[in-house]
Design a binder for this molecule. Sequence first.
Ligand code: AMP
Ligand code: GLY
Length: 439
Amino acid sequence: MVNVLIIGHGAREHVLGETLVKGGAKLYSFMSFKNAGLEDLSEKIKIHSETDFKEIIDFCKENIIDFAVIGPEAPLVVGIVDALEKGGISCVGPKIEAAQLEGSKVFTRNLLEKYNIKSNVKSKVFNSINGIENYIKDIGVKNLVVKPEGLTGGKGVKVFGDHLFSKEDLLEYCLELINNNNRFLLEEKCIGEEFTLQTFVDGKNVIGSPLVQDHKRAYEDDKGPNTGGMGSYSMEDHLMPFITQEDVLEALEDMKKTIAAVKAETGVEYKGFLYGQFMKTAGGLKLIEFNSRFGDPEAMNVLPLLKGNLVDICWAIIEGNLTQNIEFENKATVCKYLAPEGYPVNPKRDEQVIVNQEKIKNSGARYYYASVYREEGKIFTTSSRAMGVLGIADSLEEAERIAETGVQCIDGKLFHRKDVGTRKLLQKRINHMNSLLNK
Ligand code: AMP
Ligand code: GLY
């Protein structure tokens, strides 16, 4: 029996935990907030800060943990892996230097530029107003995106035309960041369709999983404020109708070059999961961002399709011998997030969520707990996304239908995007891509 510790408390960690248990792990969970799904799957849990490394090491020693899997970015970017390894605990996740791929957008853009990685885009770092006017003149205000350097939970990036509508808007946001002592990038705006490529990395080898497309905007038809992601889908052929196998190989190639560049630049090997967000544009593939972990919701789209054993994959990552191919079932998936009414601006918290377990089981949908808490057997909302509902089937239509039926088995002051995974929205994406490529 392998004793595995999972760190984190969201739906991503719930599905990671489920997949580890399926692979034969005895699960232990360390989380800042109690996830009911992980509680049910675990031998033992501890509720405590996910960045208190000493407590985590003590918990590992007490429970003879073989290795730890780190779910979220927050502990990674402050060095959890360095600390745990120093304490004698093997980890699946990058060390602090390598986790900069997510922790510092400036580090990433500079690295990609220095090592001539093709999918990079033009960008420049600022920490004062000096030079901004000139840069706007050079690139054109309509072609710019403002990106704070560090972690913002997906909510800090502002894109001209989506969130900023004039030069004044853009300057105002830059000034806000300057006043808060934040460094930020002004970056070339890309136009196209995004996809997520999540990979397993052992320091050298980078192995992909089915492509996923997330939906950042809160409301249907891609309207409303940005969120952590309202839902996501993947196709039975593991591609997207607007993304070819060649595109995937190109993205993987750039991820491999990035891993090699991290080693060359910092001396540290990247190990763990690496999430690449790319956009296909008329000018080719562009790297939007890297995350040093699985995506949330995107982890729910790929991990349940894994044919191999995640525990074995984790050992191969740790030992640096991830040479076997990793296979996934040829199924489509649709994940819909249920969020509290008012999310992300003014979410209704402490509202009861009632899951009709029998009905949802019969619907064939799976569900994962996100930011909800359980008290005396009852589930309540917090201020963030509540539950992920997943449909898996031979076709997207069927997966979407299962997810939607699953959603109907959960009651509460919640909302979700009905359009995630629908043919109509997919066709809109295809038409958009075709119009950009003049097809
Ligand atoms: P990030 O936090 O980097 O994932 O950015 C959030 C969202 O902003 C992305 O999912 C994109 O939709 C958008 N975005 C980020 N960078 C760019 C860019 N250079 N061009 C166009 N959109 C972008
Ligand atoms: N779904 C986007 C993320 O996990 O960052």
